[in-house]
Design a binder for this molecule. Structure first.
Ligand SMILES: CC(C)(COP(=O)(O)OP(=O)(O)OC[C@H]1O[C@@H](n2cnc3c(N)ncnc32)[C@H](O)[C@@H]1OP(=O)(O)O)[C@@H](O)C(=O)NCCC(=O)NCCS
Length: 182
């Protein structure tokens, strides 16, 4: 597992992401991806792509936070992405997808719960009513966290991933907020 350089393991704090976090966020994403267990990719995208993504999320006011350790290092993130509405793609602006991760030393300390609470507080304000996610069945702590948060299982893709000789099921989950007339 790739470790964050000189990571301060005291409890991290949460704040909104800024464009200046692009490298730190990308490095954290890369470390979690490199574990080859939890995410759909095994390395972070190129920095330019990450910068573009953060800028677009900020411009659209979508929820995006980072967890930062005592030395200022980004050790986690949580966001809810909504696909942009276009002329020919309408009817989905109330649907978001959550993504999150923490560096290994910062897991199991309640930060995941805190991060989800934070992005959901913002989600309601920007009209997100349905939040979806996909999680590997082997990722027990994540599944437990999502269930506790009101996510329900909508389907299971059996043996949907095969990596390093191991199969994993993908659980599709969603959480709905009461419908609005908007
Ligand atoms: C998933 C993740 C974000 C959860 O954050 P976290 O800070 O570790 O979770 P929390 O400490 O808030 O704990 C949430 C729940 O999971 C449980 N939990 C935490 N670590 C656990 C573990 N290793 N095994 C089983 N349950 C665990 C906690 O007990 C808690 O349940 P509780 O509310 O009943 O006490 C984090 O573990 C992580 O980054 N994992 C790797 C990346 C990843 O899986 N991303 C999500 C992909 S879908």
């Amino acid at each position: 597992m790739s470790e964050a350089p000189n990571s301060d393991q005291t409890r991290a704090t949460l704040r909104a992401i800024t464009e200046a976090d692009a490298e730190g966020y990308r490095a954290c994403l890369d470390r979690v991806a490199a574990e080859r267990r939890y995410l759909a990719f095994t390395a972070a995208p190129p920095l330019q792509e990450v910068k573009f993504y953060i800028k677009a999320m900020l411009q659209r006011g979508l929820p995006f936070i980072v967890a930062v350790d005592g030395s200022g290092l980004v050790v986690g993130w949580c966001n809810i992405h909504v696909l942009p509405q276009t002329e020919h793609r309408v009817g989905f602006s109330h649907v978001g997808t959550v993504g999150m991760g923490l560096d290994a030393p910062h897991r199991g300390k309640g930060l995941g719960r805190e991060m989800l609470q934070s992005v959901f507080d913002t989600a309601g304000r920007v009209g997100i009513e349905r939040v979806e996610l996909q999680v590997y069945a082997s990722n027990e702590s994540a599944v437990k966290l999502y269930r506790r948060f009101g996510f329900v299982t909508e389907g299971i893709k059996s043996r949907a991933r095969k990596i390093d000789g191991q199969y994993d099921d993908i659980i599709m989950m969603a959480r709905l907020r009461p419908p609005s007339r908007g």
